[in-house]
Design a protein around this ligand. Structure first.
Ligand SMILES: [Zn+2]
Length: 395
């Protein structure tokens, strides 16, 4: 037991003794046997244990004392929370359970104890117990939403997506909100499990539900495309990829290489080049996405892509200067293409070491796309960067 814990325990006993004494003065305490003093003998017994550094016995005595005196309940909460913060979770649980078990305490105090118990179990990593406790707490006035939100976070950690969906439904019924993008992600997670078990019909069913939860779910569209591609339905896959790209051009670096693969399988790379032209015409903003995808992928060789890369370099002062440096004094068309190619190759090497995605919520960045941010746990917050970081510290 830490010295801080002992001090708090001492204070606790002081408060318990004072509370008991006060209760005696106001005539609310139980009569005391025999010795004629106005102090609960347990109080001294507890102090004795403390002074002899026997905190477990001291706590046990203290628990018994609380059965007599309800005025120490705040101090109990203090002590319980202190133990939890110090990592002495078993003691915190003992104290909070003791408060909760007291049927004569006001309901609000018992609910608070239940919440504290849930926090103790979470801190201890005892998810099953935390889940049970939160389920009970969800029925208590004032704690419904908080308890359900904590349950969701447990189910997410445990990857129990069906349970998470059920609780999100409960939360939605409370707030009367309709579409829930997070629920769409849960269905996508379930679809991923089904895909890994080679069960495409099940995966399709989950993806259909993901779409009903969130009509704009980009992830479910990408997964449907992936599924179609795996089943050699390149036409459907290409259509879905195009749909995803039109909705969110920032994902070009993922979508375009996959889309090109579909067109190549169909023997229609010219069709892919034409499609790029159509996309650029409809939305010139997609150009930098195409350039980035082409630089990173390296497999694009059509005129639209070359044009997009040219613009990409032209918009970046560092790249433009680099192009000037490596460009021969009297460039012809051939050497110009060669200079651009050299810069593109250098950028490809840089892309491997640069973060490709960044969470819009907390700033976490990395090479991999996480649909749930590993740091702040928010869903769908990671966005492709589609640019290069010219960091002087890169070796
Ligand atoms: Zn984040």
């Amino acid at each position: 037991m830490t010295s801080e814990s002992i001090v708090v325990l001492l204070l606790l006993f002081a408060a318990a003794g004072a509370g008991w004494f006060f209760a005696r003065l106001t005539g609310r305490a139980e009569p005391v046997a025999g010795n004629g003093t106005a102090v609960n003998p347990d109080y001294f017994k507890g102090l004795d244990f403390l002074l002899n550094e026997q905190p477990d016995q001291a706590i046990e005595v203290f628990r018994r004392m609380v059965d007599v005196d309800t005025e120490t309940v705040e101090t109990h909460f203090l002590l319980g929370n202190l133990f939890r913060r110090r990592g002495e979770v078993n003691r915190a649980i003992l104290i909070h359970q003791n408060i909760y078990d007291r049927a004569d305490l006001p309901k609000a105090q018992r609910s608070r104890a239940l919440k504290a118990l849930a926090d103790d179990y979470l801190k201890a990593g005892l998810f099953d117990r935390a889940e049970d406790t939160l389920r009970r707490l969800a029925d208590r006035s004032g704690y419904e939403q908080l308890a359900l939100e904590q349950l969701v976070s447990i189910y997410e950690q445990e990857k129990e997506w069906e349970q998470a969906i059920a609780v999100q439904d409960q939360l939605a019924s409370m707030s009367l909100s309709a579409a829930n993008p997070v629920v769409a992600h849960y269905y996508c997670e379930l679809a991923e499990v089904a895909m890994s078990r080679e069960d495409p019909p099940k995966a399709r069913e989950y993806l259909r539900r993901a779409r009903s939860a969130d009509r704009n779910s980009l992830r479910s569209t990408l997964m449907r495309a992936q599924l179609a591609s795996a089943e050699d339905d390149d036409k459907l896959a290409a259509r879905l990829y195009r749909n995803a790209l039109e909705r969110d051009p920032a994902f070009a670096a993922i979508v375009l290489p996959a889309m090109r693969k579909c067109y190549r399988s169909m023997g229609d790379l010219d069709g892919f080049a034409r499609l790029l032209g159509t996309l650029v015409k409809a939305n010139p903003g997609v150009k930098s996405g195409i350039a980035y995808a082409a630089i990173v992928d390296g497999g694009f060789d059509d005129p639209v892509t070359a044009d997009c890369i040219g613009e990409f370099i032209g918009r970046n002062p560092i790249l433009t200067e680099l192009l000037e440096i490596i460009r021969p004094p009297h460039p012809d068309a051939g050497t110009e293409v060669d200079s651009v190619r050299r810069i593109t190759q250098a950028l490809r090497k840089l892309a491997v070491r640069s973060p490709a995605y960044r969470c819009q919520n907390c700033g976490f960045s990395g090479q991999m796309l996480f649909w749930q941010c590993p740091t702040c746990k928010s869903w769908g917050s990671s966005r492709p960067l589609a640019r290069f970081q010219f960091d002087a510290s890169i070796a």
